[in-house]
Design a protein. Structure first.
Length: 301
């Protein structure tokens, strides 16, 4: 477990530590400059995740290293340097770490990998903001952690751009930043009022994400991609949904699922996991739920 003493030595502030949740915010003296690239699919971030039956220390360490590699140079030789973050669950706690510095310049990255954290579920994200995207700031950095219920935390990371998000019924009091992605996260969370506590958790997570997508489309909010990872501490949901008319290269958003028999990994770009085999490639407008060691598939429509 992370000690507050060690964090203090690394200039960390524990923003909140209540029972099982630890929020880590690093105070940066400067903001990394975003890269602005004139292409149709503006904000194209990179994200990875996994969920395991038995937590093992090398899982998170390996994905951290993979994210750093593809954030520096992805398949299109572009960089994703507008902040990064990771949310992971250990057997005892939920840890949420975000940084406005690029993952390639984070002085704490090496120490984080050396901790060999025994995580059972994680979402990792490296941001690349679009030309008109929200500024690089902690509150605009993924993953976002939202609370649809008192005893439930959702971690959400998004890859794509949603337009006209002011049409979405999200109270401004809930928002900390200015990204379309944070609004998407809260839109998913807001759908949980529909479901009773007795509803199977996998089903209401799927239903909440599906309802959020339907609302985005019903409100006439165009998008390049709604591709996202959503975790509730027990399972990891992956959504693959793109608008082919607005995305130049659909493969760039592609999600792949690998398994080593104990954990299921969801990967983008050239990321890989030694010893794990490909079990599925995402199809457009589909939802995938990882309840390790199983992978369940749902159609979005």
């Amino acid at each position: 477990m992370i000690s507050s003493r060690r964090l203090s030595a690394n200039a960390f502030k524990i923003a909140s530590c209540c029972s099982s949740v630890v929020e880590l915010t690093l105070i940066d003296n400067c903001i990394a400059k975003g890269f602005e690239t004139p292409h149709t699919d503006f904000a194209v971030c990179r994200m990875l995740g996994f969920a395991a039956v038995t937590p093992k220390p090398h899982y998170l360490t390996h994905l951290l290293q993979q994210l750093r590699s593809i954030a520096a140079h992805d398949l299109r030789q572009q960089s994703h340097l507008d902040g990064w973050g990771v949310t992971y669950w250990t057997p005892a706690s939920l840890v949420h770490y975000r940084r406005t510095l690029p993952i390639t310049q984070d002085p704490f990255f090496q120490e984080l990998t050396e901790w060999n954290v025994v995580a059972r579920l994680a979402i990792l994200h490296a941001r690349r903001r679009g030309p008109k995207g929200a500024p690089t700031a902690i509150e605009n950095t993924h993953p976002f952690v939202v609370r649809p219920r008192r005893n439930l935390h959702l971690a959400v990371a998004h890859n794509g751009t949603i337009y006209d998000v002011d049409k979405l019924p999200i109270p401004s009091s809930r928002l900390q930043g200015s990204t379309d992605s944070e609004r998407f996260a809260w839109l998913i969370a807001s759908q949980f009022y529909r479901f009773s506590e007795s509803t199977p958790k996998r089903e209401y997570l799927v239903a909440a994400v599906r309802a959020a997508v339907q609302l985005i489309e019903a409100k006439g909010c165009a998008y390049t991609s709604l591709t996202a990872l959503v975790a509730d501490g027990q399972r990891l949901l992956a959504l693959y949904a793109i608008d082919p008319q607005r995305v130049r290269n659909p493969a760039y958003y592609q999600l792949r699922f690998l398994s080593d028999g104990n954990a299921v990994f969801v990967l983008q770009d050239r990321a890989d996991v030694p010893g794990a085999s490909l079990i599925a490639e995402a199809e457009n407008r589909h939802l995938y739920v990882i309840e390790p060691p199983h992978l369940y598939t749902y159609c979005l429509d």
